[in-house]
Design a binder for this molecule. Structure first.
Ligand SMILES: Nc1ncnc2c1ncn2[C@@H]1O[C@H](COP(=O)(O)OP(=O)(O)OP(=O)(O)O)[C@@H](O)[C@H]1O
Length: 258
């Protein structure tokens, strides 16, 4: 198979059960490389669970997931951590660590046991903290930052990994509009360089800027496809009971509340 045909991630017949309930059922998704895919849908649709399943963080009752053409379960822990960076929701992070050291945690998969960070590690951390505009407070502990500032440091940690696949669950939580825009620019820049980004988003105006959407409803994938396709935008309106309208305005697709 050519490299271009290998998906960054693929889920086949994935089912997740929790407390005697199917949370995901019969989920098939194919996520192409070098593109930004947004996972959208109402509360409780299973978006975070799908993202966790794609990251190998969610035990599956059925089906399997492949990362870059190889079953996820066959990847070694460190090898997987170098390929796949994760930004979760409300993650427990030691808040006494400085922002710089938190971002450096993203370099762990590249470092040997007890090795001091290399020049490449420091360069990756500096680049990531600049990209999220968090460099100015690199010496401050996470505990002393606001919610949005903390989120930008956690995003820097994920970016510092420099993994080809980046999974982000509600990455815009607490970010003000300029920093949402910066996040989008960073994602576009990374995907232009060949990386793959997958993000769970509630901000539909931003999700509509993604290359592709996975539209979820009640534990199933209702639709997946290019944002440019009318069928994808119709699925988005349908999954929210037509309480939103997607319209072309000022050179882009916008979601308007009804
Ligand atoms: N630990 C758990 N035990 C039982 N049910 C769970 C658990 N975690 C999530 N669920 C249920 O699984 C379903 C999907 O949850 P998930 O967090 O994936 O949805 P989501 O689409 O990300 O929602 P939201 O938009 O509200 O963040 C929900 O009905 C939720 O109540």
């Amino acid at each position: 198979m050519s490299k271009a045909a290998v998906h960054a991630l693929r889920a086949a017949s994935v089912g997740v059960r929790m407390h005697q309930r199917w949370i995901l059922e019969g989920v098939d998704v194919a996520i192409p490389q070098a593109a930004w895919t947004a996972i959208v849908g109402p509360n409780g649709a299973g978006k975070s669970t799908l993202l966790r399943a794609l990251a190998g963080l969610q035990p599956l009752a059925r089906g399997h997931v492949e990362l870059l053409g190889q079953p996820l379960v066959q990847w070694g822990r460190r090898a997987k951590a170098r390929q796949l960076a994760w930004l979760g929701q409300g993650e427990a992070v030691p808040t006494d660590l400085s922002s710089y050291d938190v971002a450096m945690l993203g370099r762990l998969p590249h470092q040997g046991w007890l090795a001091t960070p290399s020049t490449a590690d420091h360069a990756a951390v500096a680049q990531a903290l600049h990209a999220t505009h968090a460099w100015a407070w690199r010496e401050r502990p996470l505990a002393q930052l606001s919610g949005g500032e903390r989120q930008r440091v956690l995003l820097a940690r994920a970016l510092a990994t420099q993994a080809p696949v980046l999974l982000m669950d509600e990455p815009l939580a607490n970010l003000d509009p300029p920093h949402q825009s910066d996040w989008m620019a960073t994602v576009r820049q990374r995907t232009a360089q060949g990386a793959t980004a997958v993000s769970v988003l509630h901000e539909l105006g931003i999700a509509l800027q993604a290359d592709r959407l996975i539209v979820m409803q009640a534990g199933r994938v209702l639709h997946q496809g290019a944002t440019a396709d009318a069928a994808t935008r119709a699925a988005l309106e349908a999954v929210f009971d037509h309480r939103i309208r997607v319209r072309w305005m000022e050179g882009g697709w916008m979601a308007l509340l009804r």
